[in-house]
Design a binder for this molecule. Structure first.
Ligand code: ADP
Length: 177
């Protein structure tokens, strides 16, 4: 039991999270820096179920999390029903929207579809604890941070793969008891 416990403590959140070192960077939204067109391109170019929202690419400070399907529905709705929403309209996840220059199209406010407190753990959190949190809280995803900066994401499927891997190496794993 001791050996197993030691083994399960060795894997950290940073070992399981995406992106891996060789992967393209995490796909994020910025809280006030993107247009409807930018977000539609991101939706077309990726298949992720959701996107973290950050203050800016430079800061990587986490603001919230938005589901892909809610983005699609809200943008489609706005394009159909909201006057003046076009590709160049700026999207805001912030509480307040600064006045737009007179020549630019009206902004699209999407704070309402953002989860304002997505679950996060630090990169050095032991994976057995992360697995436990997923199970107990029924999480779909968890964001990984280091010193307040967003580093990566772990989804429920990532967790299931990780648990299956451990079970392969270690069929009596305490994770299954
Ligand atoms: P699932 O894990 O259920 O397939 P996703 O399609 O959202 O869910 O994620 C696929 C893979 O991409 C997972 O390994 C996940 O960690 C990673 N991932 C999820 N969201 C993002 C994102 N916004 N940017 C980069 N990678 C992501």
């Amino acid at each position: 039991l001791e050996a197993k416990e030691e083994f399960s403590h060795k894997t950290l959140a940073m070992d399981v999270m995406r992106p891996r070192r060789s992967d393209p960077p995490l796909s994020v939204l910025t809280q006030d820096g993107m247009t409807v067109g930018d977000v539609e391109s991101l939706i077309t170019d990726t298949t992720y179920s959701g996107f973290p929202v950050v203050v800016s690419h430079e800061s990587q400070r986490l603001v919230g999390f938005v589901l892909r399907r809610d983005l699609i529905i809200s943008i489609d709705n706005a394009r159909q029903r909201q006057d003046g929403i076009v590709s160049a309209s700026r999207i805001f996840f912030t509480e307040y929207t600064p006045p737009q220059p007179p020549s630019s199209p009206p902004p699209l406010k999407l704070r309402g579809i953002m989860d304002l407190s997505p679950f996060t753990v630090t990169d050095l959190t032991a994976m057995d604890i992360v697995v436990d949190i997923f199970r107990k809280l029924g999480l779909r995803q968890c964001l990984i941070t280091h010193n307040g900066r967003l580093l990566g994401i772990i989804t429920k499927k990532d967790i299931l793969k990780h648990v299956a891997q451990i079970a392969n190496r270690d069929p009596d794993s305490i994770l299954f008891n």
